[in-house]
Design a binder for this molecule. Structure first.
Ligand SMILES: [Zn+2]
Length: 401
């Protein structure tokens, strides 16, 4: 289940979409919405599900003057202020700039509670999608929240005006209601940053700016998504979260050991094309240890959750252009429908990897080969994002590939 933005003429609307276990968004008519934030408890949002005559689970403000949900999320997570006007949307990166992007999707976390007696949805957050006219990106809520928590712990190292503004922001989050003070507090943080540390007119992401003052490298703080925190209604979102997690390189000592062990198990060969690209003669390695499941509730850094791929085949795997399946003891590379997005030369090049992987490209130790159960989970997500029904493994894909 997620809160989605729908442009419907004018300024557009937010509505609750999808299901959460047995509950369907459309059944929650007249329910009120609260935020359930980690360590801080619940906050009233001043928002209610009011379908009106549309039949859709639209979010309406209980009182006219409160902030809309996109503004609330931005203020909670210290993102710049979004716009609801399509005309103000920018077209280039970075997306998070004041008054030039929209919050387009808010994932309802698995820990959310639905209280039928009081008709209240206390919503934990899974992810936030933001977009401008041409680009979109996904922010894992917990990863961002963790960055904000680190800032709170180091608040004494910040300039006084900025530290005071951040304390005000934290107080507003503890205040039980979104309407009192959160938006002004977030504005004050932005103001303190603009005064203290920024050239006129630069209005990028507040959290990143504060981290740079504190000399925090946020790539140190990488939280892999869990499949249940990421909206299970939406395989697209799960795959994008997976892709974004995979693209972050710094994963600490155990991640580095994983990379080394996977490359050694495959003798530095790409499993898809067979090129052997070890680091040698002053060159960095041309192969990566790609995770099969990037989700935190699996054993991430075991060799059988990895596959050694060259840079270009890592991309095809990450983008689900090519996928890896098992057929008995064999491993097979299959092209998905996504290959159709590429031009003829690229399709022909990637078709060269399709088919059974020769045994000599796989680890000698059978237990180190990709675990079937991990492939099935990943392929199940890819299959549902492609609308493939039935067995996520192999046969069902041939028609669609
Ligand atoms: Zn390759």
């Amino acid at each position: 289940m997620y809160v989605g933005f729908r442009s419907s003429g004018g300024r557009g609307e937010y509505e609750l979409v999808g299901r959460h276990g047995d509950l369907v968004a459309a059944q929650l008519s007249n329910w009120t919405l609260r935020w359930d934030l980690p360590d801080l408890g619940k906050l009233d949002t001043n928002l209610q599900i009011d379908p009106g005559r549309s039949g859709k689970a639209r979010l309406r403000r209980v009182r006219d003057n409160g902030p809309q949900i996109g503004r609330q999320i931005a203020a909670i997570l210290l993102m710049p202020f979004p716009t609801r006007s399509a005309r103000q949307l920018s077209i280039d990166a970075p997306i998070l700039r004041a008054d030039s992007y929209r919050v387009t999707r808010i994932g309802v976390g698995i820990g959310s509670t639905f209280d039928a007696t009081t008709q209240t949805l206390a919503m934990t957050l899974a992810y936030i999608e933001v977009a401008n006219r041409t680009l979109s990106e996904l922010h894992d809520f917990h990863a961002r929240w963790q960055r904000i928590s680190v800032i709170h712990r180091r608040i004494s190292h910040l300039p006084k005006e900025l530290a005071d503004a951040i304390k005000l922001h934290l107080d507003a989050l503890r205040s039980n209601s979104i309407s009192d003070g959160l938006i002004p507090a977030a504005r004050q943080v932005a103001h303190a940053l603009n005064e203290d540390s920024l050239a006129e007119g630069t209005q990028h992401d507040l959290v990143g700016q504060i981290e740079s003052i504190l000399a925090i490298d946020s790539t140190d703080i990488v939280v892999p998504p869990t499949p249940d925190l990421v909206d299970y209604d939406s395989p697209e979102v799960r795959l994008r979260a997976a892709s974004e997690w995979r693209s972050v390189r710094s994963r600490g000592a155990s991640g580095q050991r994983f990379a080394r062990e996977v490359k050694e198990a495959y003798d530095h060969q790409c499993a898809f094309c067979g090129l052997r690209l070890p680091s040698a003669h002053g060159l960095h390695s041309g192969v990566d240890a790609a995770h099969i499941l990037p989700w935190a509730n699996y054993d991430l850094n075991v060799i059988c959750n990895g596959v050694c791929l060259c840079k270009i085949h890592h991309w095809t795997f990450d983008q689900s252009v090519l996928c890896l399946q098992h057929l008995g003891d064999a491993y097979v590379v299959i092209a998905t429908r996504r290959i159709e997005a590429l031009d003829a030369a690229a399709r022909q090049f990637f078709a060269g990897a399709v088919g059974r992987i020769p045994d000599h490209r796989l680890p000698l130790t059978l237990a180190d080969r990709p675990r079937h159960a991990f492939l099935d989970i990943l392929n199940g997500t890819i299959a549902s994002s492609l609308g493939i029904k039935g067995d996520p493994n192999y046969a069902a894909w041939l028609d669609s590939g």
